[in-house]
Design a protein around this ligand. Structure first.
Ligand code: ATP
Ligand code: MG
Length: 137
C-alpha cells in the first residue's frame, strides 16, 4: 500500500465538485486517510510549487492556486500515486482521456482541477507539507 497527496484545486471547489472528485477516488479503491480545507497564501503556494519557480506559467499558477479555497487530502491504497494520476488524466486537459477528472472538471491548462504527487518520494514531502503533525496510521 502507498500514500499520495491530492489537492482539489480552486476551480473545482468553486464548481461544487469536491464530492464528485472524492467519489472517483473512493470508487477506484483509494481511501481518504487525512483531509483539510484551506485558502493557500502566496507563500504557501509558492513553496508548494517551488520546483516550478521561474517557469513562464509560475505566476499564473500561484495566482490561481490562491484564488479560493482548496481541499487537500491524503489518499491511501495499492499504487496510490500512479492510480491517482490515472484518475486525474493528463496535466493538459486537452490531452486528458475521457472520463478523467481533468477532462471533466478542468477549465484550462493551469486551472486543471486537481493535483497529485508525481512519485512516492514526492508524496512523502508533500504530505508532510500539509500534515506536519502526521497522518493517522
Ligand atoms: P500537479 O503538480 O498540479 O499535479 P502535474 O504534475 O500534472 O500537475 P506539473 O508539471 O507539476 O504538472 O505542473 C504543475 C501545475 O502547473 C499543473 O497542474 C498546471 O496547473 C500548471 N501548469 C503546468 N504546465 C503548465 C503550462 N505549460 N501552462 C499552464 N499551466 C501549467
Ligand atoms: Mg506536478
Amino acid at each position: 500500500t502507498e500514500r499520495t497527496l491530492s489537492i482539489i484545486k480552486p476551480n473545482a471547489v468553486a464548481k461544487n465538485a469536491i464530492g464528485a472528485i472524492l467519489g472517483r477516488f473512493e470508487a477506484a479503491g483509494l481511501h481518504v486517510v487525512a483531509a483539510r480545507m484551506l485558502h493557500l497564501s502566496r507563500e504557501q503556494a509558492s513553496a508548494f510549487y517551488a520546483i516550478h519557480q521561474g517557469k513562464p506559467f509560475f505566476e499564473e499558477l500561484v495566482g490561481f492556486m490562491t484564488s479560493g479555497p482548496v481541499m487537500v487530502q491524503v489518499l491511501e491504497g495499492d499504487d496510490a500515486v500512479a492510480k491517482n494520476r490515472d484518475i486525474m488524466g493528463a496535466t493538459n486537459p486537452a490531452n486528458a482521456a475521457p472520463g478523467t477528472i481533468r477532462a471533466d472538471f478542468a477549465d484550462s491548462f493551469t486551472e486543471n482541477a486537481a493535483h497529485g504527487s508525481d512519485a512516492p518520494e514526492t508524496a512523502e514531502i508533500e504530505i508532510a507539507f500539509f500534515f506536519p503533525e502526521g497522518v493517522c496510521p
